[in-house]
Design a binder for this molecule. Structure first.
Ligand SMILES: [Zn+2]
Length: 110
């Protein structure tokens, strides 16, 4: 792909970003509602109690950090991180390029 068509593609994504993210959010909520309908409430409560704010990789506690107004849950042991559905949408919709870069630097600790 040449530079011009790449730039055209970037412009298209910038112009349609809000719409694309909104569609992704709706599709995500629909999938979650379908999963809820399939699974019993007792099972959901049990799983939440066992795994709430625990690292999916090593099982240690997760701690909430707020970077540029976006909440991430970072493992207190392996330093892996988890982002709730929709949190990164907020970063792309509400923040400028500088804040996105700042978020990434702080996320990576550089
Ligand atoms: Zn961990």
């Amino acid at each position: 792909m040449d530079e011009r068509s790449r730039r055209r593609e970037d412009d298209w994504f910038l112009q349609n970003e809000k719409k694309l993210l909104e569609e992704a959010r709706k599709a995500r909520e629909k999938r979650e509602a379908e999963r809820r309908a399939r699974e019993g409430q007792g099972e959901r409560a049990k799983l939440k109690e066992q795994h709430w704010m625990k690292c999916p990789k090593c099982g240690h506690d997760l701690k909430v950090e707020t970077l540029e107004g976006i909440e991430i849950d970072r493992c207190t042991f392996c330093e892996g991180f988890f982002v709730d559905a929709g949190e990164l949408d907020a970063l792309f919709l509400k923040k400028g390029v500088g804040q996105r870069q700042s978020f990434m630097r702080r996320l990576l600790g550089i």
